[in-house]
Design a protein around this ligand. Structure first.
Ligand SMILES: *Cc1c(COP(=O)(O)O)cnc(C)c1O
Length: 359
């Protein structure tokens, strides 16, 4: 069957990026973050390809269950923990590790009476003000976790960095210092660095476990540093097909709202990709697209199923020609800038109807 649009996922690149992460965080164990359908890449195939990871991390319990159903045996951490008693029982059933970031989760563990003993990660809010116990609340949380009737299998500690993608910011240093001050003497396993925390190679910012997501997908979290500078290889190529070509005379417009007007007689190609596939409608005129290997500008509004590009002067563009919206030759980081967003959002936004093809 001919597929017009597909997300090609390069499993060799995934594995290679895992090697890069290990080199950047020598001695640390790697928890591969595969939440949000592995950032749009397909949670099960990605986890199977990353069988060398020491553990996986997900945001929602359903994601972990999908991994177990696919036969994944590594430890799986629920980054937001279990929500309520029923989820805690489910987490036990599937042998998930849990984050505890809120007193209600400790209360659920205090009520827990099953045979399962959890690996519990206490989350400390060192300044992000999203999830976790404030520094002054941590000692009490730790005490409660350590005195649970059903003793944990192991207690570990983690925190999340707010500004690690900004290499100029002092916030990372402050957060890590707070975390170390609280946990340094406890002898518990720690986890700090996400991709931006671990890639610069600073040992202080990683902890015993690193939690990379974006880097594994071959994408740089730093606006000014291309992924290639770290040796990372983009994993996803979003590839589509020219559905039609048309001559648009000077002065005519293209697409909904007639927002783009041809300033010269133009050759326009219509591609099979739209916001129904996850392409942001915010993509601006001039967003680069590769058509038949050449960079051409997007023109007019993104529709649900289609988008137009100006291929004037590009030879050999015809119905059936292939186009790349992002991938190895066109960084998703760059494309994201044209929608005023970050590569994370473009990758996670890939919709259900886009078939994933493994290479
Ligand atoms: C999503 C997430 C990560 C992974 O972050 P990247 O920037 O993609 O590496 C790590 N830790 C937590 C708690 C997360 O929510």
């Amino acid at each position: 069957m001919t597929r017009l649009l597909r997300a090609i996922v390069d499993t060799h690149a995934l594995r290679s990026n895992l090697v890069v992460v290990r080199q950047r965080a020598p001695g640390a164990r790697v928890m591969a973050v595969v939440k949000a359908n592995a950032y749009g890449h397909g949670i099960v195939p990605v986890a199977l390809a990353l069988d060398g990871a020491d553990a996986f991390a997900v945001a929602r319990i359903e994601e972990g269950i999908a991994l177990r159903a696919a036969g994944i045996r590594q430890p799986i951490l629920l980054l937001e923990g279990a929500f309520g008693d029923a989820q805690l029982a489910e987490a036990a059933h599937h042998d998930f590790e849990v984050v505890v970031h809120d007193p209600t989760q400790i209360e659920a563990l205090e009520r827990w009476r099953g045979p399962h003993r959890f690996v519990i990660w206490i989350k400390i809010d060192t300044g992000m003000n999203r999830l976790g116990f404030r520094c002054e609340e941590f000692a009490r949380a730790l005490e409660r976790v350590c005195t649970l009737e059903i003793a944990p299998l192991e207690v570990r500690v983690l925190t999340h960095l707010a500004c690690a993608d900004d290499l100029e910011s002092s916030m990372t240093r402050e957060q890590v210092a707070r975390f170390r001050r609280l946990t340094g003497a406890l002898g518990l396993a720690t986890s700090i660095g996400n991709s931006a925390g671990l890639l610069p190679g600073c040992a202080e910012n990683r902890g015993d476990w690193v939690r990379p997501g974006l880097a594994l997908y071959g994408v740089s979290p730093f606006p000014a540093v291309p992924a290639a500078d770290f040796g990372l290889i983009p994993v996803m190529t979003l590839q589509t097909t020219v559905l039609a070509t048309r001559r648009v005379p000077r002065g005519e417009t293209v697409g909904y709202g007639a927002t783009w007007r041809a300033e010269r007689d133009s050759q326009i190609a219509i591609l099979a990709a739209g916001y129904g596939d996850g392409l942001p409608r915010q993509l601006a005129d001039g967003t680069p697209v590769l058509v038949a290997g050449k960079r051409v500008p997007l023109v007019g509004r993104v529709s649900m199923d289609m988008v137009a590009v100006d291929v004037t002067g590009v030879d050999a563009v015809a119905v059936g020609s292939q186009a790349v919206l992002w991938g190895r030759e066109l960084a998703v980081e760059e494309v994201a800038g044209y929608a005023g967003t970050i590569p994370y959002e473009l990758l996670c936004g890939i919709s259900q109807r886009v078939p994933v093809e493994l290479r």
